[in-house]
Design a protein. Structure first.
Length: 275
């Protein structure tokens, strides 16, 4: 009796497994008809910041119905990873995210880019204008908070001769565009490859948050480039930047400012008497 019950239980269990498998298969078939076959898609394994270089920790593969693919997704018409898929996924290493990518998002071709010979500074320069670099420091570079695309005025302190009291300050350029700060250019991937002094291996450093730059490149007219070259060649001259609001394009006729203007009439007469 017990053998018959055991046998019946086993048969019922096998039938139950069979029916469950049949049901699952039917659901899978129905799902495939409704959403399409499953494919491997590349998704973000973690949050990726804008302009961050992608590496093997940035993405992974996930099996999803083809209907759920986003436009321009990086995907493979396969259900399992093989050598070809692995090679293709590794080719994404070194690319740079052009927008922030959240964990679980599909990696699409419009979310990353590669450096190109057609990127860089030259394509940004307006025809008829020139790019000129000037040296800056923490003070003259507005605490180095300037970034590509900002608009600035350029002030020069000039010594026309006759001693320190005869120096004048003059705004020589107004509302000029900053094309780059150091090597950070708006239409290029802002990164630099360096050798790690500790490990000897290559490491990639983003230039978007770099404050070690010592120059700023401005877009100027050719005659302004000549004036800048003259001022910079004078060892007694100093240049500094004045940051503007990007919506402020007003240009005013500003005269030079001397010590007499700063100190006022009484002080200027006193200084004149000491000469």
């Amino acid at each position: 009796m017990n053998n018959k019950v055991l046998t019946l239980s086993i048969v019922m269990a096998i039938l139950a497994v069979f029916f469950v498998q049949a049901y699952v298969s039917s659901v899978e078939e129905e799902t495939k008809k409704k959403f399409g076959t499953e494919v491997l898609v590349v998704i973000a394994k973690r949050d990726v910041k804008e302009m961050e270089t992608l590496n093997e920790t940035s993405f992974e593969l996930k099996l999803i119905p083809k209907r759920f693919l986003e436009p321009a997704s990086v995907f493979f018409e396969k259900k399992e990873e093989d050598k070809e898929v692995t090679k293709s996924v590794k080719s994404l290493t070194g690319a740079v995210a052009v927008v922030p990518i959240k964990k679980g998002e599909q990696i699409t071709f419009n979310k990353f880019t590669e450096p190109s010979i057609r990127t860089g500074l030259a394509p940004q320069i307006t025809p008829g204008r020139r790019a000129v670099a000037i040296a800056v420091n923490e003070t003259s570079g507005v605490s180095k908070l300037i970034k590509p695309g900002d608009r600035v005025d350029l002030l020069a302190v000039i010594d026309p001769g006759g001693g320190k009291q005869n120096k004048i300050a003059k705004t020589i350029l107004q509302d000029v565009v900053v094309l780059s700060v150091g090597r950070n250019v708006t239409n290029n991937v802002p990164r630099i490859v360096e050798i790690d002094s500790q490990t000897g291996k290559e490491k990639i450093r983003s230039l978007t948050e770099d404050s070690n730059f010592a120059s700023v490149t401005l877009e100027v007219e050719p005659v302004q480039a000549q004036a800048l070259a003259l001022v910079m060649a004078s060892g007694d001259s100093a240049l500094s930047l004045s940051l503007r609001n990007n919506d402020d394009s007003e240009r005013t006729n500003l005269g030079p400012t001397g010590f007499a203007d700063v100190l006022g009439g009484d002080m200027s007469r006193g200084l004149a008497g000491k000469r």
